[in-house]
Every structure is written in C-alpha cells, then in structure tokens.
Design a protein around this ligand. Structure first.
Ligand code: GRF
Length: 205
C-alpha cells in the first residue's frame, strides 16, 4: 500500500482533512508519518490525536543549509518506509522551499497545495495577491512539486468567486474549504494509480 508522509509547519488543517479521509477508508494509503519543521506546529497535536506518528526536523538547527535539511527529511522518510518506489509526500502548509535533490529523488511523488489558481499568484499571501490583482475568481491548486516554487504539473483545481466585499480573511476561508476537498481527492487518485504525468500535464484516468 502507498506510504504517505505529510509535511507541515503550522495549523495542519489540510493534513487533518487527508488523515480523516484515510481513516474513513476512502483512500487506500497508510499514513506513515507527519513531519514538522516547527516544534510547536498545532498540526502535530492533531496528528497525534489521530494516532499518526510525528517527527520534528527543526529547521532552526540547519542554519539555512537547505540540502542538509532535506537530507535529514529523506532519512526520516526512509525510516517510515516512504520511499521513491512506494511513497507519497504531501506538502501541506510546509513553509520551506524544497531542494532540487529532494524533488529529483521523489520525482512526481511530492504534492503541494496552493491557495490560488496556479500559475496565477504563486508565493506567499496568494489570497491577498488575488484581491489586490482585482481577480473575479481565485481558488486552489494541488500540483506535483517541481524545482520552482508553487510550480509543477497541476493535478486538481477548484474555483472560488471573489466577492466585492471580500477581505483576505473571508476569501481565505472559502478557499480553504475547497482545499480540504481537493487535496484528499488528489491523494486518493494518486493512491489508486490514476495520475499520469505527461510532460507538463497530469492526466487523470
Ligand atoms: C493553506 O492555505 C495552503 O494552501 C497553503 O498553506 C495553508 C496551510 O494551511 N500552502 P493548513 O496548515 O493546511 O491549515
């Protein structure tokens, strides 16, 4: 069965949505480990409550050495059997850039969720960017991670209307509700072997 790792930095609501969907037996995957780069991430407590093993690889200990940090993450993944052969790594609010070595080793086996319709508004504060850009629609994207930030073959997207009176907070809330639907669904499709990356696209089916 697919061995899943989820990498978080904070709240962990997408992680929770994925873990709960697995628990309902809707995704044939083993939730092997949740890893946080922050010892105080709220999501760690949620994972433990859901009976999932947790690990902290504190980014503060690595003084900006991205390659070394990611080597340590890979060691932890291997410890839990999350390998490039049978694993999937879900970035879920993991506030770090992934090294090219990590991306290459787990090619098309690292997913990310972003709160905008990529390729629009990559980077931080995507919801604020959409509001300031005057967008009428925004949403969220699950994609395979490649060597650029918030970039790589798109798996699923969900569209959200931007209302005239939206604030960053109100828009984020509606987008988050969609994130919690499409991220578990993308993991499910992957676990069922239904995602095929062809060039820059992901084909479903
Ligand atoms: C989400 O909006 C996600 O799209 C972005 O970071 C946020 C993480 O939220 N990458 P949570 O930790 O999953 O609650």
């Amino acid at each position: 069965m697919l061995n899943l790792a989820i990498l978080i930095s904070g709240r962990g609501s997408n992680m929770e949505a994925i873990l709960k969907t697995i628990r309902k037996k809707k995704i044939p995957a083993n939730p092997a480990v949740v890893i946080s780069n922050k010892p105080d991430a709220k999501g760690l407590r949620i994972a433990k409550k859901l009976g999932v093993k947790t690990e902290v690889v504190d980014s503060q200990d690595f003084k900006g050495d991205r390659a070394e940090y990611d080597k340590k993450i890979i060691k932890v993944l291997e410890k839990y059997g999350v390998t490039p052969e049978n694993g999937l790594v879900c970035l879920a609010g993991f506030m770090r850039i992934i090294s090219p070595e990590f991306i290459r080793k787990y090619k098309n086996r690292i997913m990310n969720i972003h709160p905008a319709l990529l390729p629009a508004y990559p980077g931080l504060h995507a919801q604020k960017q959409a509001l300031e850009g005057g967008a009428k629609y925004s949403g969220c994207t699950v994609h395979f991670a490649d060597e650029k930030v918030d970039h790589g073959p798109i798996i699923l997207q969900s569209i959200v209307n931007v209302k005239d009176d939206d604030t960053e907070q109100s828009l984020s809330k509606r987008i988050l509700a969609q994130e919690h639907k499409i991220y578990p669904e993308a993991v499910r499709l992957f676990a069922l072997g239904k995602l095929k990356v062809v060039g820059k696209r992901t084909k479903l089916g």
